[in-house]
Design a protein. Structure first.
Length: 527
């Protein structure tokens, strides 16, 4: 009898343990999104919380989510909002909670390293299945764009008081703040594209771009060149100015793909662009020099820190071989060399309509320009130029073969070129524009000349906008010296400028928008 009772107890215990072991638990995991928090946007979805409720479990009621963030960021945040989606992509349709971190916090700012815990009221009933709760931040209009926001999710609180801890997954929970300089729809414009940026001797930031009025497509189209100006290192931007407009009719008389250059000797700013009178961009341009047959290389300049601009100056006859199908600048920015020469990257489409990257330059501060320079490599287009050592130019090129950037150098202003050891192996690229600059920055207390490069850091797809640094002027690009800025899909173009000895600025494309972020050098060069 005792043996039978013992067997029964053992069987019951085993079956109970099996039952409980077979009951799956609810899992709650956080996936940080590496995107900046941008002033001027209603939604910045920086964190995705995946809630998996197994089949057979009843619906779960949630009343709150607690998040934590660096307390000094609270003053810049207007709202932290939660959005529920049944599928993974973010969409701002079902808002289930919102909080102002200055009124819903459990701690006050006591030091720069203080943490605030914010309880966000939630009203959500989740049935078995996979659910995604997105944490989105909206910045105040007065917010600073210096510094970063560090945000994590701690737990979800259920109706009966239980707390489901949110498991932190691998990833960076620190996001830079920034600003949307131009947004699709601003001034009734469909799309803003093709960024270029420079800082003047007065500390003024000047950004140029395509104003694509009717659609996001390239020339030929109704496109002008616009300019935005900031005198507070990017925190705010003055109303847009149209600085290049080739007149009526607009539908087939566009100008675009700008590049901007600051001359530190004359304090003059130059902007280069392609004028397409009719179908005279890449597809329709023909050999010749006339605006009626071929695309035109045009410039405008400013002598008052970007406040007013000259009428367009056509330099096509100075720089283009008549037999070439097309000749125009590489978008982004140009440079002033140590000996005073001004240089823009350029591209020509030869007699067989094969593209080549090249340069133009001026030895007299823009009074005249030299072109007709054969490039180092065929089937390359949008390029950028940098002077590594005195008199040596490095051309960093978009290569239509795909996978990588191509790189070449010249020490005789393009009379001859040498393909660089890093060419087509060091910098992944999905056939897109990229930006490269030389900046003198502080590293471990010492000033050092460093090359900075930005592009979509992939060989397929325009995602993962990244800034990289080379501490040996482009000889090598180590993975330790790079920073992912924005992982999302984008149009992919970017332009860099130095802000000061500790900071690099980047103006880059989202989808039809242009974003600006200031990035500490110490976050790019970390070792």
């Amino acid at each position: 009898m005792r043996v039978r009772l013992l067997i029964a107890i053992i069987c019951f215990a085993f079956s109970t343990a099996t039952l409980f072991a077979a009951s799956p638990a609810i899992t709650t995991k956080a996936y940080p999104q590496q995107i900046p928090v941008l002033k001027g946007l209603p939604h910045n979805p920086v964190l995705k919380v995946a809630v998996a409720i197994p089949a057979g479990i009843h619906a779960q009621l949630y009343y709150a989510m607690q998040v934590q963030l660096n307390a000094d960021a609270c003053k810049d945040i207007e709202e932290i909002a939660l959005y529920l989606t049944g599928a993974e992509p973010f969409h701002a349709q079902q808002k289930i909670g919102t909080a102002n971190p200055t009124t819903n916090t459990k701690s006050s700012i006591t030091s720069p390293k203080a943490i605030s815990k914010v309880n966000i009221p939630v009203n959500a009933q989740l049935h078995p299945g996979m659910h995604f709760i997105w944490v989105s931040i909206k910045l105040k209009e007065s917010a600073s764009i210096d510094g970063a926001i560090q945000l994590k999710a701690n737990y979800l609180q259920q109706a009966y008081g239980a707390k489901q801890l949110v498991t932190a997954t691998a990833g960076n929970y620190k996001r830079f703040k920034g600003i949307a300089v131009r947004k699709a729809g601003d001034d009734n414009v469909h799309t803003y594209r093709i960024p270029g940026i420079v800082q003047t001797n007065k500390g003024t930031l000047l950004s140029v771009y395509d104003i694509r009025y009717k659609h996001s497509g390239d020339l030929p189209a109704n496109i002008d060149v616009g300019l935005s100006r900031s005198t507070d290192t990017g925190k705010s931007w003055q109303p847009m100015k149209v600085i290049m407009d080739m007149g009526t009719p607009h539908e087939n008389n566009g100008v675009g793909d700008p590049a901007i250059l600051f001359d530190p000797i004359t304090n003059k700013i130059w902007v280069a662009a392609l004028w397409s009178k009719g179908n005279r961009s890449i597809a329709g341009s023909q050999p010749g020099l006339s605006p009626d047959t071929t695309g035109q290389f045009v410039l405008v300049c400013s002598e008052d820190d970007g406040l007013t601009w000259s009428n367009p100056i056509n330099i096509t006859e100075q720089v283009k071989k008549p037999g070439w199908h097309l000749f125009f600048n590489g978008p982004g920015s140009g440079i002033a060399m140590q000996d005073g020469k001004l240089v823009f990257a350029a591209q020509y489409w030869d007699e067989q309509k094969v593209p080549h990257s090249t340069i133009i330059y001026s030895s007299n501060h823009g009074k005249s320009w030299t072109g007709n320079i054969h490039g180092p490599k065929s089937n390359t287009t949008e390029s950028q130029i940098v002077e590594t050592n005195k008199g040596t130019l490095m051309l960093n090129m978009r290569d239509n073969r795909g996978n990588y950037r191509s790189v070449a150098t010249t020490n005789n202003m393009g009379a001859s070129w040498t393909e660089h050891a890093s060419s087509y192996n060091a910098l992944p690229d999905p056939v897109c524009m990229g930006s490269i600059i030389k900046a003198k920055v502080k590293i471990k207390g010492q000033l050092k000349e460093v090359l900075f490069f930005s592009n979509p850091n992939t060989s397929n797809g325009r995602t993962h906008i990244t800034i990289k640094a080379s501490l040996d002027l482009g000889e090598t690009w180590h993975s330790a010296h790079q920073l992912l800025i924005d992982e999302r899909n984008s149009f992919g173009y970017s332009s860099l400028t130095q802000i000061d000895g500790h900071t690099i600025g980047i103006l880059y494309e989202g989808i039809r928008d242009l974003y600006f972020i200031k990035v500490p050098v110490s976050t790019i060069i970390r070792k």
